[in-house]
Design a protein around this ligand. Sequence first.
Ligand code: GLV
Length: 324
Amino acid sequence: MLQSVLISKHIYGEAVAFLRESVRVDYHDSDEGLPARDLRQRLSGKAGLVCQLTDRVDAPLMDAAPGVKVISNVAVGFDNIDIPAATERGIMCTNTPGVLTNTTADLAFTLILAAGRRLGEAERYLRAGRYKQWRVDLLTGWDIWGATLGVFGMGRIGQAVARRASGFNMRVLYYDPFRQSERVERELGVEYVPKDELLVQSDFVTLHCALTPETRHLISTGELQLMKPTAVLVNSSRGPVVDEAALADALATGTIAAAGLDVYENEPHVHPQLLELENVVIVPHIASASIRTRTRMCMLAAENMLAGLAGRRPPNILNPEVLE
Ligand code: GLV
């Protein structure tokens, strides 16, 4: 008998069709996620779950569906899944790295440019009919060309952002618990510095680390105070990496100049003060949102699922220990 897979939420049709070639699919084809209780009920009796970062995949869910062998996240981040709990239960977990690297780096760089050049504020100004005449100091911002960029997290996406920065003649500093080899540093033109040094020296700070207990509130009041009053903070990693209340306060009081945000501490909720501030560009978690990339993420999630269910090693397994 064919194995059954639950798709928790709407994904691109190609991936659904691809899954249907090999497994039975229970497809919750909706933009609304399933409430926890419904997710538990629908998953019962299934061999796999294709889920998204909006789904909380925890031990009670896994225990409600003991037949599940593969959990395939349509995202590179996987902080929504309790990986140790899955590993304990012998469940393979997978994500979708690689295919979204450049699209995500493009958005991070867009936020660097937009926040540095006050793009959101300028557009609101014009749309509100406030543009009466050119002025020498109208909406003046901070140069990107030749500025110092601090990259937190020099994984695939951090590296892709560093590559873009070289086209803007930026000096690139980075911090990561894992230092890159000299060859990679040379090739990317990046300098390794301690975390505090990065904050003190950078004109733009961009975050590209995974959300873990160590990176939760990596940027809070103390870190913001180390930054230049002209500095810009960009976050396209995960919201809780930044203490959102501390950031709102720093932006309101001029501790730093501006921010560009794609992610929030309690999505889809955004700290109300951030919504009021002019010096923050805010977008709704769209870093990987190009049609091509999102389609590739869905296809990769389907490939990971089918490989795992067929007893093969999924290309993007997060807990390979379960295969041993
Ligand atoms: C999006 O945030 C992802 O992790 O892919």
